[in-house]
Design a protein around this ligand. Sequence first.
Ligand SMILES: Cc1cc2nc3c(=O)[nH]c(=O)nc-3n(C[C@H](O)[C@H](O)[C@H](O)COP(=O)(O)O)c2cc1C
Length: 191
Amino acid sequence: MKVLGIFGSPRKGGNTETLLKEFLRGCKEGGAEVEEIFLRDLKITPCLEIYACKKDGRCPLQDDMQALYPKLAETDVLAVASPIFFYSVSAHLKAMIDRCQALWAKKYLLNQPIAPGRPGRKGVFLAVGGSRGSKTFDGVLLTMKYFFDALDVSFHRSLLYKEVDGKGEILQHPTAMAEAHALGKEIAKGI
Ligand SMILES: Cc1cc2nc3c(=O)[nH]c(=O)nc-3n(C[C@H](O)[C@H](O)[C@H](O)COP(=O)(O)O)c2cc1C
């Protein structure tokens, strides 16, 4: 089983990075093959609404997204982590998501499969916010629901933690690290 971990935070060693690393550690223990992608290290142009993707499901913009498209299609589990930025995902992650409009076009306009031979793909979303607002995750959950759907991935689980702000504070959270590790192991074993 292949697990692709997408790190959406610009902050090195931050809370969502720590959390996703722990999730992936669980995946490895469960026997999965894991690959990590740090969006902050990639050059991903925002979608420019050229709409060439409507014709063939491909984006003509030549940047690091071109190497990422096949990885998104050739994974069984897609695990995405993002800090909450203004009730949304990070700009790094949003740029990647918007570039997946090409895959949305492939699926819904051209009726082509996104991941042939990989039924039952699962999506996991990990997010951390600093505030204690009751609506902290409302926006990102909608975004991720429709992102996973465009990629033919079923939204399996999310782990969401609020009131976690300073770098490394997630390590002080009473349950987060254990939950991330357990979920990774569980998902790798196909539970
Ligand atoms: C630009 C920016 C916007 C933010 N907006 C929110 C927000 O809307 N709600 C919230 O709860 N936290 C917000 N935060 C706090 C981060 O979500 C929080 O510090 C989180 O732990 C960062 O995760 P990371 O270490 O993985 O980057 C914001 C932080 C930044 C830098």
